[in-house]
Design a protein around this ligand. Sequence first.
Ligand code: PEP
Length: 259
Amino acid sequence: MHMNKRALVVGNWKMELSHKGALEVFGALQKLIHAKEFAVDIAVCPSYPSLPAIAELARDTSITVGAQNVHEDEKGACTGSVSVGQIRDFVSWCIIGHSEVRAREHDSNESIARKAKILLGHGITPIVCIGETKEQRDGEETLAVLLSQVDILLKNLDRVSIMKTVIAYEPIWAIGSGELPDANSVYEVMLSIRKRISQSLDNELADRVRLLYGGSVQGENVGQYIAGSGVDGVLVGGASTHPRDFFAIISQVATSYAQ
Ligand code: PEP
């Protein structure tokens, strides 16, 4: 049973779709979802230029919209960056700390906590990605790395903010690689993260935090991570740009989460 909580399935479209492609994928997805009543929150995260149009299309549908990143400052001479004020009219969610962004922009855990705070201040739910590299996993540092990423959030956010924040566990080596962690190790990770959160909040509030898994998710493999493993949904990259594949994942999550 998942008291007071709905599963969440988030599609990260990365830089994969043209504007026209984004509109087409959204339209096809909406057609598939339209006739169904899923007890799952669904979000898609297009690139910035497509946000206004997708937000318009998503109005009055069961699909919500997120951004893929945001700048940590609200204002400034930051050529090429996008601020929270520039996305707030279009999104309910924003992915932050994605490993591709951490690698490219050298985001620290502190700046990710700062982004989370700014987003929450504007009523946008942060989806904070955490994850270990292959080397860290081989060196048995996985939990230490993940918990240090969680600790910075716990240190910088108040209790209500933590409760609202979504944490996505994405083993970096599993992203886009087709390599999957076994369900047991994901279960162990989720348990440890939730335990850490409950030390800062309390059990009831910690239970309300939504924890997602991400990394090479498909309709055929997602069930093992959801059923009974403390995972409240998934963050999906590649498969989310294919409406039928994304729909299959949403359907499977709806079934598995209810069990
Ligand atoms: C991602 O980019 O967050 C991701 C999980 O990608 P993929 O599903 O393609 O592995």
